[in-house]
Design a protein. Sequence first.
Length: 244
Amino acid sequence: MNQLENKVAIITGGAQGMGATHAKRFIQEGAKVVITDLNEEKGTALAKELGENCLFIKQNVTQATDWQHVIEATEKTFGSVNILVNNAGITMRKSILETTEEDYRRIVEINQVAVFLGLKAVLPSMQKAQDGSIINISSINGLVGGAVGYTDTKFAVRGLTKAAALECARYDIRVNSVHPGVIATPMLSQDDTKEAIEKFAKHIPLGRVAQPEEVTNLVLFLASDESKYSTGSEFIVDGGLTAM
């Protein structure tokens, strides 16, 4: 079943990692997908692999002018936008005393301000389509405490999601947030982290970390018409961590 037939999607941070997993599945489900990223080499290669229904655009998500370019190029190539996945983001593991003002402003710009810029840029296109689903990728650290900077911005994404959902409901545009726990990415399988992750996984109620596809399944549900009555909500995929 092609759950995203005739849908046009933009996925930020889509050249690799979870963004690339989302893009591949969206294409399989019939969508036309624009992936954006600063990594031009990987983004171009992925778009070539995914074929004519995928377009790569180099983008700095913290710049409003880049967002405008992405929307214009998407509409010119595929038409009005139906889906935006605000996936781009960075992590930071420093104490408050170690964190510089520059560090803090950088993570706020990428993890928080960029989500606002994406919302603002895509809404006119979704209004033309008279249909829209915006999926903001937060974290379980948008629900519970964690590292300074990362936690703050992921909580902010959650709040922005709720405010935008209330404003956008009148246009039949839905806005939801996704809160992943520990995901099995290549970084987790490195020799210096693999043992620690294996020990931590024993404390997850389901006893393991998530596979990338398990997060994608949730993102796909929110992007599709199957979730037409869901907006302003948090969708958690963490194996039960936040239930403890």
